[in-house]
Design a protein. Structure first.
Ligand code: 1PR
Length: 547
């Protein structure tokens, strides 16, 4: 049957793309066998995960040849992320050849000059434009210089003369300018994720679906990229979720991880329904939404994981990245069946999550890694999930608390000088990692944890601080600086935001890549838009709220 098809090979979150296409009023079929590719009259290839994994899957399933034939036939093709990279001759990420439709090799970003993966919202500068006498058709697929789009990748195609004719937009990340979208004839592909780029991304997708992108290539004019670093600082809304006494899932918020109702509390910790709140934050301009299932230490059969439904429903209306944390570990069903963490994560990705966040299990994995003489054995959840879904899909959530010492010599742990003195005037502390939502401290410090997690393959750190959580007293700047200095993956600062000034203080004094907050957003004390307007006034770059 002809129509719009999606080429899926069973990796990662394609639900969001399906939801975005449906939201725009289109129906999409899945390619189930090679011959479906040639039936399509429009085809989207949202490559997910690693380049080698994608090419291996295409080759194994017999999709590569029909895909090349489809592209050569002149019918509209759209690639997303690895779906764009696969059009090139190859990638430094793998020995497998790409489809070879576009000349050039996908290269790894230089990690010594910036955090890798490149994760977040960045601009796309349009280099190709319509000839002035053109009939007004949009060649740029509605990509706008003033908008930002969501990127998450460690490899990219550098902008060179070799690829020039294909380049629709370029983007600058740190010291590198790379190709962020290509267009030629029927071929359109983006390195960014339109389905995760809010309303700006939906416009790009619509333009492809409505077929307003194809024009005569001879009628376009090209410009050169202008150096411009526009990666924005992300503002993330975090929803701690638990079941209330009636068994309903509610968003809650504790103080220093204590989520018990206060005396005569009247359900004051019930802050709303997760799906509704997530949609509100998306519409108000949150750059990402994170759900943490804070009662995850209770075992739950895989089929009954309550957050799966929350994610499925949220991804129907929220088109920014979604992270899910809590309970990402091996799960045992009542009949004794064990599901490895990798399988649990897979369920979440298929339900609409873009990233999983691992808390307790990361601490246990690092303890094992250190006991093993700092050797990886490939068995941890971090390693197995990163291998299949890519490092960018694995966040490690750290729940540390201060342990004060009078003098650094009192402990073997990595010590930080803290502006908040201890109860006996101590000036130093080490940050102890905890498990089970802060209920149990372990003999491991944050620096040990984050450096080992980076080696194991984590793509990002969500850095909480139990002493600051729910206090509205500002972020723990010393801790954040210490972690930023220790790892090259992005770091999300969390815990303590109380007013707009705290966000500026964070970005002025640390190199944090993102700021997460919970209580102030839930209690409507500080709207997300206000945070962003204030930051913009302070010359901190952040994504414009788009509608
Ligand atoms: O250990 O892999 O099952 O994951 C459990 C997850 O649940 C971890 O990410 C852990 O941080 C989280 N969690 C567990 N218990 C609690 C609790 O509060 N009792 N919440 C909890 C953590 C902390 C932040 C919070 C910020 C910002 N919540 O994410 O949202 O501190 O708050 P603020 O802006 O109001 O200060 P596993």
């Amino acid at each position: 049957m002809p129509g719009l098809y999606m080429l899926d090979y069973g990796a990662g979150n394609v639900r969001s793309l399906v939801n975005a296409v449906n939201r725009l009023g289109f129906e999409m079929k899945f390619v189930e066998e090679p011959s479906d590719i040639l039936k399509a009259d429009k085809l989207i290839f949202p490559g997910v995960g690693a380049f080698g994994h994608a090419m291996e899957a295409l080759n194994k399933k017999g999709y590569s040849e029909p895909l090349k034939e489809y592209i050569a036939s002149g019918r509209p093709f759209m690639g997303i992320c690895v779906g764009m990279q696969s059009l090139f001759e190859g990638s430094e990420e793998s020995n497998l050849a790409g489809l070879g439709v576009i000349p050039g090799i996908v290269k790894e970003f230089n990690k010594s000059t910036k955090a890798v993966p490149h994760m977040g919202w960045n601009a796309a500068q349009v280099l190709k434009s319509n000839d002035s006498e053109n009939d007004g058709q949009s060649i740029n697929y509605s990509i706008k210089n003033e908008s930002e789009y969501y990127f998450v990748h460690s490899f990219a195609v550098p902008y060179t003369n070799k690829v020039k004719d294909w380049v629709l937009t370029t983007t600058q990340y740190g010291d590198e300018v790379f190709v962020s979208s290509v267009q030629r004839g029927n071929i359109f592909a983006t390195q960014f994720h339109p389905e995760k780029s809010g309303f700006a991304g939906l416009r790009v997708l619509r333009s492809f679906l409505e077929g307003t992108g194809i024009v005569d290539d001879s009628k376009v004019t090209m410009t050169e990229p202008v150096p411009q670093n526009r990666l924005t600082k992300r503002i993330i809304a975090c929803l701690d979720v638990r079941s209330n006494d009636n068994g309903d899932l509610v968003v809650t918020k504790g103080d220093q991880y204590d989520v018990r109702e206060k005396e005569g509390g009247n359900d004051v910790r019930n802050l709303g329904k997760p799906v509704d709140l997530a949609r509100r934050y998306f519409e108000e301009g949150a750059d990402e939404v994170t759900f943490l299932n804070i009662t995850s230490f209770r075992n739950c059969p895989l089929g009954d994981l309550p957050m799966l439904e929350v994610l499925k429903r949220t991804s129907e209306t929220v088109f920014v990245p979604l992270t899910i944390g809590g309970g990402i570990r091996d799960v045992t069903d009542p009949d004794g069946t064990v599901h490895p963490a990798f399988e649990v994560a897979g369920e979440y990705f298929r339900s609409g999550a873009d990233k999983v966040s691992i808390g307790s299990d990361a601490v246990y994995a690092v303890e094992k890694y250190l006991a093993n003489g700092s050797k990886k054995d490939g068995t941890s959840a971090i390693e197995s999930i990163a291998k299949a879904y890519g490092a960018q899909a694995v966040v490690v959530s750290v729940d540390p608390r201060r342990v004060y010492v009078k003098d650094p010599s009192e402990t073997t742990h990595h010590v930080v000088k803290n502006s908040k003195k201890g109860p006996n005037g101590e000036e130093y502390c080490w940050y102890q990692c905890t498990v089970k939502g802060g209920r149990e401290g372990r003999d491991i410090d944050v620096r040990q944890l984050v450096t080992a997690c980076e080696v194991l393959g984590a793509g990002e750190i969500l850095l909480n601080c139990m002493d600051r959580d729910g206090t509205n007293s500002g972020y723990e700047l010393e801790l954040i600086n210490d972690v930023k200095a220790a790892v090259s993956i992005p770091v999300i600062a969390s815990s303590g935001a109380g007013c707009v000034e705290h966000f500026d203080e964070l970005f002025e004094n640390t190199k944090a890549d993102a700021a997460l907050a919970a209580g102030i957003f839930h209690r409507r004390e500080v709207p997300i838009q206000e945070v962003k307007s204030y930051l913009r006034k302070c010359k901190v770059s952040c994504r414009a709220v788009d509608t």
